[in-house]
Every structure is written in C-alpha cells, then in structure tokens.
Design a protein around this ligand. Structure first.
Ligand code: ZN
Length: 153
C-alpha cells in the first residue's frame, strides 16, 4: 500500500502503517525549517507531484465541504496526490484534510491515534489496600483513599 504523509505524518513516524511512503514538495517545504530534511532522506520518503487536475478537484471538494480556508497548499497537495494514487492511505491529523479526504472517498488515518489508544490503557489502584479499579474511579470503595493511576498493560 502507498502511504501518503503530510507534515504530521513525517514528524511522527512511529505509528505509521507499513508501505511505500510518499509526500509532496509542498509538504517538504513546509517542514524544511524544522530541520527534517535528513529525516526525509533517512526514511526513504518519495516525493511526488500531483497534477493540476487533481489539485483543482481537491480545491473544488474543499470548497464544497467548507474546509478550503483552513487548507494550506501543502494540505491540498497531499489530498490531490491521494486522488491520483489508487490503494493509498493518507496520514494526517488535520481535521479539515480528513474531512475533505472523506468527501473524496480517500482512506485516512490520524498519526496520534495510537497514542490516544495507549492513554486509555490505564487503571486506578488504591495506594493503601492495593485494590484495582477502572479508569473512571477516583476513590477506593474499601478504604476511601484517593486512587493512583497505573498502567494497565
Ligand atoms: Zn483502599
């Protein structure tokens, strides 16, 4: 599968699905000042150029969904690239990009999704009697002590 990355995808490389990584020149430009050029090379991320037709289509769709004002040139370029590439997934945390992608039937995935899942893997533990409770409990039902958060797994 082809995995198209916006800047968030490039900067948070850990949670990405397996595949061929692709981005656009506009995204590269956007992250240049964070010193990620070496990062791009080390990770073998290919650069592709979306066609004018795809960019137009991305813009038109974003106008329709009302997202156009929130989208940068880089945002539009990754959406346009996904219009062209079959069997691709777009990695982005930008809600407007996700919303436009959805309208176009493009598969997408947020980068921090994995981290949110990890955050839920907590339970509460009583520091005095060591009983464990669900994450939403705050006080021990046995001794009334304030519970401490522990990692579930
Ligand atoms: Zn207790």
């Amino acid at each position: 599968m082809k995995v198209v990355l916006d800047s968030a995808g490039i900067l948070n490389f850990r949670n990405l699905p397996e595949g061929d990584y692709i981005t656009t020149a506009e995204v590269k430009e956007e992250i240049k000042d964070i010193g990620s050029k070496l990062l791009l090379e080390a990770r073998k991320i290919k650069t592709m150029l979306p066609s004018k037709e795809s960019l137009k289509k991305a813009e038109k769709t974003a106008e329709k969904t009302g997202d156009i004002k929130k989208l940068s040139r880089a945002d539009l370029s990754v959406i346009a690239l996904c219009i062209e590439i079959k069997d691709c997934i777009l990695i982005t945390d930008d809600y407007s990009v996700q919303n436009t992608a959805k309208e176009l039937g493009i598969k997408y995935k947020g980068v921090l999704f994995g981290e949110i899942k990890e955050k839920r893997k907590y339970r509460m533990k009583c520091p005095s009697c060591a009983r464990e409770f669900s994450a939403s409990t705050e006080e021990c039902s046995d001794c009334g002590a304030k519970l401490k958060r522990i990692k579930f797994i």
